[in-house]
Each structure stands twice: as structure tokens, then as C-alpha cells.
Design a protein. Sequence first.
Length: 79
Amino acid sequence: MPEDNCTARETSFPRVEAPERAAAATSPEGRVWRNHGQDGLDFRTVKTNALFWVNLLANGTVDGRTKHAGLPVDSSVKR
């Protein structure tokens, strides 16, 4: 859990693409996600919020798009 004063707290999903409609709906500053270069999306931490995803497809197989990683913080510590 990141402390309140740390910056650049993000979880990266390199295999997820933003729907075009969502990308056009808000400015980059207003989103809780950003494009990660050419590959995937990064979701920033928002105090008191949670990020939820389903790891399995309807047929019970693993959804490879849910591969993710916690990115390093710029300052403070991540517990």
C-alpha cells in the first residue's frame, strides 16, 4: 500500500488497450489511466478507490490481458 505522499503510484497492464470511446471522453489529466507508450495502460492510485479486474474468460481460461505489474514510486515508500 503506497503512503499518501508518494507520487507515480501506478499499476501497469501492458496487454490492455483503451476503448476509443473512453480515450476520447476525458482529457488525459482527468483520467485514472494513461497510455503506457505504445503498449497497454497504466492506472494511477486514487486514495480510497480500488481497481478490480476478472482474470478468467467466460470459458474458464486465463485472460492474458490481466497480466500486470506495480510500477515504482517516485518518492516516499510503498508498503
